[in-house]
Design a protein around this ligand. Structure first.
Ligand code: FPP
Length: 271
């Protein structure tokens, strides 16, 4: 986290927020559903694509902040398998923005030791987008800092279908045990810890087919802020909120055990 303080002046409000974060309890992996670009543009009487363009800066800020915090992974939902239903012009513009972003950010990714990865059905993307993605993956492959996963043409159900297909394929060649590990190791995110924190912007209370397997025990944080307005302050607030949560993973966590469960059962009225 020290690297974050290198860019924060003590009089900035983010300095106080960052100081309140416990460096020993940072989420290892944050996933974000970046939503609200269209509404941001509509409120300004601008075309939707202006909202997407304005969504690039928060991507930069979020990536840089997560890298400076020393997080292990950040996964951003940029384009879902369902997003092909949007008008052709909007989809084409998204591809152009993505190429611009990747070209402009590669030097910063290298400087900040960020390893870029694209998750989703990448093979179905237009050649020029796929080429740019592959080039960025290749150029950052040796980096060992933040793992930045961009989910593009991604669907949680599609990912599970692909994992099951791979499992069946492998089982034809050798005996395999079918357990949770067998599925998890065939997901696009194999090798990355599940997200500790899932953030969604623009107030919608949905998971929208994002990382369905991986978010089983993620803490959810929904903010009304529209993605183009999402700032470093919003990210730090989300992390602070996460640190207040009591994660139990279906068990008791560190809750004090009840002294006498049997005695308690006797005093609970039964019908
Ligand atoms: C959701 O807002 C956003 C998207 C489908 C695209 C995400 C794209 C960006 C954040 C910009 C570019 C990103 C990169 C990585 C270069 P929406 O259009 O569904 O908004 P609405 O719900 O208000 O209509």
């Amino acid at each position: 986290m020290k690297a974050l303080f290198d860019v924060l002046a003590p009089e900035e409000p983010d300095f106080a927020l960052a100081s309140a974060i416990d460096p020993d309890r940072l989420p290892a992996h944050i996933a974000i559903i970046m939503d609200g670009n269209g509404r941001w543009a509509k409120r300004r009487n601008l075309p939707r694509v202006a909202g997407h363009k304005a969504g690039i800066d928060p991507v930069r800020i979020t990536v840089e902040t997560c890298a400076r915090l020393g997080l292990r992974a950040l996964t951003l939902y940029a384009f879902s398998v369902e997003n092909w239903k949007r008008p052709r012009g909007e989809v084409d513009m998204l591809w152009r923005l993505l190429r611009l972003y990747l070209r402009a950010e590669l030097p910063d990714m290298s400087r900040n030791d960020i390893r870029f990865n694209a998750i989703g059905r990448i093979e179905a993307l237009p050649d020029f987008v796929r080429g740019e993605l592959e080039e960025t993956v290749r150029a950052t492959a040796a980096n060992r800092g933040l793992e930045l996963n961009l989910a593009i043409n991604y669907g949680g159900r599609a990912e599970l279908v692909d994992a099951v297909k791979a499992l069946i394929e492998d089982s034809r060649r050798r005996d395999i045990v079918i357990d949770e590990e067998a599925i998890a190791s065939r997901l696009y995110t194999a090798g990355t810890p599940d997200p500790d924190l899932l953030i969604r912007t623009s107030g919608e209370m949905r998971v929208s087919n994002f990382l369905l397997w991986q978010i089983a025990y993620s803490e959810l944080y929904v903010t009304d802020t529209l993605w183009p307005d999402f700032s470093r302050t919003d990210l730090l607030r989300a992390i602070l909120d996460y640190q207040k949560r009591h994660r139990r993973f279906g068990g008791w966590g560190d809750a004090a055990p009840i002294e006498s469960d049997v005695a308690l059962l006797e005093v609970i009225p039964t019908r």
